[in-house]
Design a protein around this ligand. Structure first.
Ligand SMILES: C=CC1=C(C)c2cc3[nH]c(cc4nc(cc5[nH]c(cc1n2)c(C)c5CCC(=O)O)C(CCC(=O)O)=C4C)c(C)c3C=C
Ligand SMILES: [Fe+2]
Length: 400
């Protein structure tokens, strides 16, 4: 793969990836006034698991679902090869292909809006939806657990914001870098796949770094306190990464569930503090569980309100079920009735959705007092293959 001279600010011959990040070198796009930063801003693309799952959560999200234009396996393979090549470059802070400023007679390979920006911890995570297997007639390779999610009480799902043959989760500390990444993948997909829907997210609503300050969601509560930590490999192995029970091509991968959840923030804002805290079973200021003093004190189910959100979703109420949450807040203008169209774009990774998201959501949909203030509007499930080795492409073991 040719590397544009303008992409070589980090030093000739440096290879993007673990070595670069470990060396503490920030790969910077051409035009940056500060090419050599001490802090690494590139997350290695290659590895046993896809980046963007256990990776410490970045500030911004651009999530996109794609549909194949026609069910052609050779075209799908070519797309994933092109996407992988572009992702290797973009996650290292480099321009796609021949760059943003190539021949004056041809459209540039890179759209250019990330010129001068560092890698910003960009990660790109790809998944295959149930319809991908149906449309490409790959039923024999489809994992049993990859089924469209069941209907939950009070779901009001919009097909235009749900499902998709493929998904791409782009996370970065700079929204422009995340948007640039999705846009360039969409550009490479021209003639093969198109964007079905997409979602921007800000203010990560979950943390996988317990020592960092837990972010707050749009209801004002700390969100992500009892999440799986990025370095808790035993729990990740048990609850997030697909193991021997899955098909070979998916081992080391994970299942991604996304839900666009609208929050009726105007109603929430007229609710007393006591009621808000009772709903979650945690204090608003400190984020402590009822019966505890500090945020990270253990949840004591006996001290929780009978139907609090935390009680219902805690592993102790559900036979040990755990998921890795990685959601973001969104505000997408207004609904035309004077109310914000705002909420949580919920993302969860798990080893098996049948024993992960589904039982938790069943319990929440039935009883959670939060349901008075929220509505599930969009939904999707995808199987995310394991990480990519140098020279390979996303989903290679599935598609070849
Ligand atoms: C099906 C899974 C879940 C959905 C959907 C969901 C929606 C949702 N959650 C909040 C806010 C909070 N959730 C909290 C904890 C929490 N939530 C889930 C699952 C879903 N949430 C789990 C598994 C947990 C952890 C429970 C535990 O182990 O104790 C919290 C408390 C802080 C924390 O631990 O993160 C908040 C706050 C909203 C606003 C929301 C939908 C809009
Ligand atoms: Fe929750």
């Amino acid at each position: 793969m040719a590397v544009s001279r303008r992409s070589l600010l980090a030093g000739a011959g440096l290879v993007a990836g673990a070595g670069v990040a470990a060396a503490g070198i920030s790969l910077v796009r051409p035009g940056s006034p500060e090419p050599a930063q001490a802090a690494p801003s590139a997350v290695p693309f290659h590895g046993p698991h896809q980046a963007g799952i256990a990776t410490p959560v970045q500030d911004r999200l651009h999530f996109a679902a794609f549909d194949l234009l026609e069910p052609s396996l050779p075209k799908a393979v070519a797309l994933l090869k092109a996407w992988t090549e572009a992702a290797v470059r973009m996650t290292a802070g480099q321009e796609v292909g021949g760059g943003a400023l190539g021949s004056p007679l041809a459209p540039p390979d890179d759209t250019g809006e990330a010129l001068g920006l560092p890698a910003s911890r960009l990660t790109l995570t790809v998944g295959f939806g149930p319809s991908f297997f149906d449309r490409l007639k790959l039923g024999d390779r489809r994992p049993g657990a990859l089924r469209r999610l069941p209907h939950f009480p009070a779901d009001k799902l919009d097909p235009a914001r749900s499902d998709g043959d493929l998904c791409v989760q782009a996370c970065a500390d700079d929204p422009q870098v995340a948007v640039h990444a999705v846009r360039n993948l969409a550009r490479l997909a021209f003639g093969t796949a198109s964007v079905r829907w997409s979602q921007l997210g800000f203010g990560k609503t979950s943390s996988t770094t317990p020592e960092a300050q837990t972010p707050r969601n749009l209801m004002g509560f700390k969100d992500g306190t009892n999440n799986i930590a990025f370095n808790d490999t035993a729990t990740l192995d048990k609850h997030v990464w697909v193991g021997d029970e899955g098909p070979q091509w998916l081992r080391g991968g994970s299942y991604l569930v996304a839900r666009r959840i609208r929050m009726h923030v105007e109603t929430w804002d007229r609710t007393s503090l006591k009621e808000q805290e009772d709903i979650f079973g945690r204090t608003k200021g400190e984020g402590a569980p009822y019966g505890g003093r500090r945020e990270h004190d253990e949840v004591d189910l006996a001290r929780q309100p009978a139907d609090s959100h935390v009680r219902l979703s805690n592993p102790g109420s559900l036979g040990g079920v755990r998921i890795l949450r990685r959601g973001y807040s969104f505000t997408d203008g207004t609904d035309g009735l004077g109310r914000l169209d705002a909420g949580l774009f919920f993302i969860a990774y798990q080893r098996n959705p049948q024993s992960g998201f589904i039982p938790i959501q069943r319990a929440l949909a039935r009883q959670d007092p939060l349901n008075e203030y929220i509505q599930h509007i969009g939904s999707g499930i995808w199987a995310c293959p394991p990480g990519v080795a140098p020279g390979q492409f996303w989903g290679q073991a599935l598609l070849t």
